[in-house]
Design a protein around this ligand. Structure first.
Ligand SMILES: Cc1cc2nc3c(=O)[nH]c(=O)nc-3n(C[C@H](O)[C@H](O)[C@H](O)COP(=O)(O)O)c2cc1C
Length: 205
């Protein structure tokens, strides 16, 4: 196989974004529930998301800085409170999840446009999404900054305190097959239930 080498530093951030988000796929989606210190609930999806090691159980996701280097609401809330819930997203949840990704004002409650049902968490203040087959209650371990300005990374590393797993996934001897959607390049997603692909345009606030 022959390859083209691209120097990402000179390519610039916009090109780097296109290359990374179109080529490093599929990415699972962390649908993150937080609450600000003043009590405003927030829901938003993040596909720069991975699990960490199991001891202690951890995960990480990356809310990049927005235009002008401003932190997204999820990051602001986590800097204030340190508590969040990561919910996985299935095909039937895709439209509601996408609705929450518009750039709403800081005190806007995205649960209202999502259509999802809140369930109280056991260990943290933010609610979990009842419709999700897996929710992880988390506490921030560390937020790591890499870069400044629009597109710079803020890695939120969280310790998973508790998991809420759909009963049908735990009914047999082995853990059942979960079927979330995952992010591809551009507007595209893949549904792991049947391997089909679909596209969603991002909504405006
Ligand atoms: C499927 C999907 C995945 C996304 N992944 C990320 C991501 O990993 N990092 C990020 O900064 N924004 C990501 N976004 C955009 C954020 O969801 C969007 O900026 C949102 O408004 C942030 O909400 P907040 O300001 O309430 O935290 C994604 C959007 C969608 C629809």
């Amino acid at each position: 196989m022959s390859h083209v080498e691209i120097d990402l530093k000179s390519a610039g951030a916009a090109r780097a974004y296109d290359l990374m988000s179109n080529l490093i796929v599929p990415r699972p989606i962390a649908f993150v529930s937080t609450i600000s210190a003043s009590g405003h609930a927030n829901l938003a999806p993040f596909s720069y998301f991975m699990i960490g090691g199991p001891n202690p159980p951890s995960l990480a996701f990356c809310p990049t800085l927005g235009g002008g280097g401003t932190p997204k609401d999820t990051l602001r809330n986590l800097e204030e409170t340190g508590e969040f819930v990561v919910n996985l997203v299935t095909r039937s949840m895709a439209d509601g999840m996408n609705q929450t990704s518009a750039p709403y004002p800081h005190d806007f409650d995205e649960w209202e446009v999502s259509g999802f049902t809140q369930v109280s968490s056991s260990h943290v203040r933010p609610a979990r999404v009842a419709e999700s087959p897996l929710s992880c209650e988390c506490r921030v371990f560390q937020i790591v900054s890499h870069g400044e300005g629009a597109g710079a990374s803020r890695y939120v590393i969280g310790e998973i305190l508790a998991m809420h797993v759909a009963e049908n996934l735990l009914s047999g001897e082995e853990i059942g097959r979960i079927e979330p959607i995952a992010r591809l390049g551009g507007p595209d997603y893949i549904d792991l239930a049947d391997g089909s692909r679909f596209a969603l345009q991002r909504p405006k606030a």
